[in-house]
Ligand binder design. Sequence first.
Ligand SMILES: [Zn+2]
Length: 585
Amino acid sequence: MASDFAQLVKQQADIVKIIGDYVRLKKAGAQNFSGLCPFHKEKSPSFSVHATRQFFHCFGCGVSGDVFSFIQKVENVSFPESVRFVAQKCGIPLPKREFSSEEEAQESRQRTKLLELHELATAWFEEQLRSPEGALAREYLSGRGLKPEEIQKFRIGFAPDSFHALRERLQPVADQETLRLSGLFSFKEQEDGKPGPLYSKFRKRVTFPIANESGRVIAFTARALEAGEKAGPKYMNSPETPLYSKGNVLFNLDKARQAIRETGFAVLVEGQMDCISVYLAGVKNVIATSGTAFTEAQVRLLSRYTTRIIVNFDPDTAGANAAEKSIALLTEEGFEVRVVTLEGGLDPDRYIREQGAPAYMAALRGAKRHSDYLIERARQLFPPTTADAKVKALNFLLPHIKRMPNRITRDEFAADAAQKIGIDSALVREELKQAAAKRRDSLEHALPAMSEAEKVLLRALAGALSEAACQAAAAGFDANEIHFEGLTVASLLKQLRHRGAVDPMHAIEDPAARGLLAKALNGEMEPISPEQVTAALDTLRHRHLERRQRELRAAIADAERKGDAALVVSLTAEKLSIDRALREF
Ligand SMILES: [Zn+2]
């Protein structure tokens, strides 16, 4: 890895200018800028960029990093690509030898191989379904009303009850490491830490391939044919692999995308089986999450095709919760959301089998606006017959109302809610106003307070701006470590001191701690001097002594009450030495 080149690019790149192409940045302090975070939805800025220390940090969602991690995230590219991207922006010529092309070529070869393995596995599972061993699976599928040509269309298959048959099929075309990466196999870790022999992950299950947008199979969902502990969970998914990330994929989007464009909207259901039934009933613009709430990545993916959606989740509690979460995310992203609840508490698959496709189409046409759905749900959860229940119903609805990005629809929602719960609409408006005021308070202020001395030490230990101050702080920290116990930033100081050559913001893993560090660094006016470090160390030592003095006073009084003369003597001795140390300050 040409990290020297990356280092060079980083030194020459102006992080404010580069991020400024994506985020409107305003000067917020001597060295830092702030703007609306591009990685989470927000209305008041909690995203900050430090010009001299060359990092960004969001106090809202906790993301941080350097100019390369920003480009990686925002452009969805690899590290080498981000380096090249920044270099080009700054007009820095790339090294002669095409930068890290070997690594990228390797990655691309691996992806191609994994796609090939998934294709082979899909075909093999299909073959197994047609074999005598697949009888039980065929029976299950025909029981769910699927005809052979429909099974073929979705490439549904059968994973037989064998640990090694799939491995034997795939072994001739890939090495063990690639087979392991495919996610199609499990293995036990051996004593030497290496993976043991691979065996089939899916056994005695019906397999549903999950394809990417262009229809290539990248993962599987597999349904157990038997119930009970031995059979394992009812549904089993491929793990995250270089090809597949659950939150980034929408099931059936490859088949649905044309219809979504034509109809101008999408239907969202929970499970694969629901999705297949709805599709076969003639509603071709249907997609599914894999039994989870929507993710932001999925919203972005879908928004390339439409911003109108009908949500049709199971009416059970889990389904209703998933629906609420998905509605929240979708409305926040500006989607127009409608919701269908099917009569009799049925899921889409059963509803279509029992009531027929035309009834399902009619239900879709009768989909409610999401605000009406939520108000009804609030009334169900908290029947508004008492004042207390009305408050609860309102509290259930407020976050949803606040999320609406458009003021007119937000006000409409609020007025409807007030009317249907039976409360004064002025009260709802007041609540909304207060929420807006609270939002304006920067999230930075929500972090614990730090004393000026703590901030000085953090800044000095974070290095970069002043080498002498950094060394003074390091020496002071080593000599006084005990005096820092009990400080908000104690563990942060320790991590910074022992981070070695790692970038300060990279060295801190906990987002809250990183927030504290960013807060201290953002408030920096000018480089710290060694004298400031000495003064800060003195202040903290002084404070530690005073704290200990107070503790001892209480302990001595306590020992006297208990008549423990020996303890009084030893505690008093310690207190005297502390009194002396404090006088010497
Ligand atoms: Zn953020």
